[in-house]
Design a protein. Structure first.
Length: 321
């Protein structure tokens, strides 16, 4: 009697690029170098959101099929991820930030677990984020609540973390692999079945919280998110978003408002809007002045004014699902 050969799971890798420079090429080369004997990479799809740098030049994925989708405008991260996902048909989707690099054993460590019984009800898998020096970075987060955002706005999450928990789980607080609310979207492995079931990422999120929203919807549909400590990923962090300067905070305000109106009760969502428009800018102005951060000081009022205009002009963002 012969044993049937073990089926190696396959993933389509989707990388959304916006002016990531050399990091994009290094990300793709790390995929090529990775041990793919336990988790096969069927194809790599790079979706470029109208980059103006040279990041797309000279891309080489050796024996892995590569498809590059070039948008004429920046469609946002969630929409670009959905574009990339539609280009393949593998059972797994791995969303990678262009400023990540896989270690040689990253996929090897992940692949076997996917075929075990405990993994059957897990829809999203993530790994341990490390900086260029090997130091642990934020890898998991909690689902945001009004208390979480109040603590972040006021700094109470640092003064009284027991009452005002932070959104991100501190690396030192992770004790090993296991279920979490959400794994960081820089390395976000999703079962295609789940991705199809949820109609992909919500494209109302231009940048930030699309992964949190997806994880919460997955949880409500009966799928877990799972953090795997042995799955290591190097993550530079904020390579693209840092180019936005203070205006990345504007995009965060938009995303967290969309999240609140979608997932919270009406009173809680509108309480967050009141805190966002009256408390938070005052705290940020005071902190910027005390620290001598003049660029942030000058930008705070325009950022919140633009957010108010967006809030008033986008009633569809304030609808409850």
């Amino acid at each position: 009697m012969t044993t049937a050969p073990r089926t190696v799971p396959a993933a389509d890798v989707v990388v959304v690029n916006w002016n990531a420079g050399r990091h994009l090429g290094e990300c793709l080369r790390s995929i090529v170098r990775a041990d793919r004997s336990q988790l096969r990479v069927a194809r790599i799809v790079v979706v470029d959101n109208a980059s103006t740098d040279s990041s797309l030049h000279g891309l080489d994925t050796a024996d892995i099929p590569l498809e590059v989708v070039c948008n004429s405008r920046n469609r946002g991260f969630a929409a670009a991820c959905n574009q990339g996902a539609a280009c393949g048909d593998s059972d797994l989707l791995l969303f990678l930030n262009p400023d990540t690099e896989l270690y040689p054993d990253t996929l090897e460590a992940l692949g076997p677990f996917l075929l075990t019984p405990p993994a059957e009800n897990i829809g999203i898998f993530g790994g341990l984020m490390l900086d260029e020096y090997g130091n642990r970075q934020v890898s998991c987060s909690r689902f945001p609540t009004l208390r979480v955002y109040l603590g972040k706005m006021t700094g109470l999450d640092r003064v009284a973390p027991a009452f005002f928990p932070s959104h991100h789980i501190r690396p030192q607080d992770l004790t090993g692999s296991g279920p979490v609310d959400q794994v960081i979207g820089a390395f976000f492995l999703v079962r295609r079945q789940l991705f199809t079931e949820l109609d992909g990422f919500d494209e109302r999120y231009f940048l930030y919280l699309e992964d949190v929203d997806f994880a919460l919807r997955a949880r409500r549909a009966g799928w877990l998110s799972y953090y795997m400590e042995q799955v290591r990923v190097r993550h530079a962090g904020q390579v693209s978003s840092s180019q936005l300067g203070p205006w990345r905070h504007y995009l965060l305000l938009r995303s967290r408002s969309t999240y609140a109106f979608r997932h919270w009760t009406r009173p809680r969502a509108w309480t967050l809007m009141a805190l966002t428009l009256f408390l938070e800018p005052a705290v940020r102005l005071a902190a910027a002045a005390l620290r001598g951060r003049w660029v942030e000081l000058r930008a705070t009022v325009p950022v919140y004014w633009q957010f108010l205009r967006w809030l008033c002009g986008s009633p569809q963002q304030c609808q409850y699902d």
